[in-house]
Write a protein that binds this ligand. Structure first.
Ligand code: 2U9
Length: 344
């Protein structure tokens, strides 16, 4: 019996030694130490042994069982460690590889233009206000001296939602709403940047949706010279100290008199070139003294109050500043275009 146990032990240790996987070990465990295994069988058959041999064989069988179990546990730890090492080897990271580029976004060129314009006007005491993009016919047209029969109200020119509601065609309703809210008895000094909508066919210089920044200053004794001073300050700070401005007579229904402002051409210093169409001047905005009827409709007495207003298109300004030849670049989001104007 002793020899049998001894040879079982040797056999099991050899198989443990040869085991490659946790499964191999498990089958060794089942076949040698399981309920139907040879050691259990020896223990079961002890009853047939002479009484004096029983404790010796019993002790030996338990010892063999213990040796095999310990050998299995030891080998199991070795196999597990090997598996972990193999996995670590497989998953190791080459820290010397160059990192994948991270594409960092930044404010859109138009967003930057608008914040620069805002900063300059805030510096001159203007506040920034915003308003709804879906407007009533009253605030978009009527309150701005564009009566029912005015050609600008043609259904073909604006995106109407109902007879009374449309996508605003300019940001001027924000100014009209602000004056109304101030109830005709306090000064208004504001600019309003935002999106506007017109039913146009998109091409290099037209877009059915574009941006505007408009300004309004209403107070007692506001004059045309104040408009000229503010716009001159803006033009010099935005385009460069060396730029000159000039005002030309123009017409808008909401201002009287109305003007358009040009800046001297940077490319030819006023000599005349292809950029300024040989005039030496480039048009950048429109403005004028708020029409007395507009003041009146908003609750301001035109005998006491006067004001100036102006409007500009940030796309046009950016196109002039950076020589961009197509307004659609602002809206098609081609990263090759956008990233040229990224600023950290
Ligand atoms: C109120 C009264 C008057 C706003 C004005 C302009 C002249 C103007 C255009 C320039 C290019 C818009 O971006 S653009 O298409 N705007 O020329 N805008 S005066 O006048 C107002 C506004 C509100 C209550």
């Amino acid at each position: 019996m002793k020899e049998k146990l001894e040879s079982l032990k040797q056999e099991a240790l050899e198989q443990i030694d040869q085991a490659q996987t946790a499964d191999d070990l498990q089958s060794v465990r089942v076949s040698y130490l399981g309920k139907k295994g040879p050691i259990t069988e020896v223990l079961r058959g002890m009853g047939k042994l002479p009484a004096e041999e029983r404790p010796v064989v019993g002790e030996l069988a338990n010892k063999v069982r213990q040796v095999i179990a310990e050998a299995i546990d030891e080998k199991k730890a070795i196999i597990e460690e090997k598996a972990i090492n193999e996995q670590l080897e497989k998953e190791s990271i080459d820290v010397t590889l160059p990192a994948r580029p991270v594409h960092v976004g930044g404010p859109h060129l138009l967003t930057r233009m608008i914040s620069e314009i805002e900063d300059l006007f805030i510096g001159m005491g203007f506040e920034v206000r915003e308003g709804p993009e879906v407007e009533t016919d009253y605030y978009n047209f009527e309150a701005l001296n564009l009566p029912k029969d005015h050609p600008a109200r043609d259904m073909q020119d604006s995106f109407y939602i109902t007879e009374e509601l449309l996508m605003r065609t300019h940001t001027s309703p924000v100014q009209a709403r602000t004056m109304n809210a101030y109830k005709g008895n306090k000064p208004v000094k504001m600019i309003c940047p935002g999106k506007v909508y017109r039913r146009d066919t998109d091409d290099a210089t037209h877009s059915h949706q574009f941006m505007q920044v408009e300004g309004l200053y209403v107070d007692k004794n506001v004059r045309m010279s104040d408009l000229k001073g503010v716009l001159n300050q803006f033009a010099k700070q935005f385009f460069g100290e060396e730029r000159e401005i000039r005002l030309r007579p123009s017409f808008f229904p909401f201002t009287e008199p109305s003007v358009e402002m040009d800046i001297s051409c940077k490319v030819c210093q006023g000599e005349g070139c292809s950029v300024c169409k040989k005039t030496g001047w480039i048009e950048i905005l429109g403005g004028g003294m708020v029409h007395p009827r507009v003041l009146e409709m908003a609750g301001y007495d035109p005998e006491i109050y006067s004001g100036f207003a102006f409007g500009m298109g940030p796309e046009r300004i950016a196109m002039l500043k950076y020589g961009i030849d197509d307004i659609r670049h602002f809206y098609t989001n081609d990263r090759r275009f956008l990233k040229q104007y990224h600023q950290a």
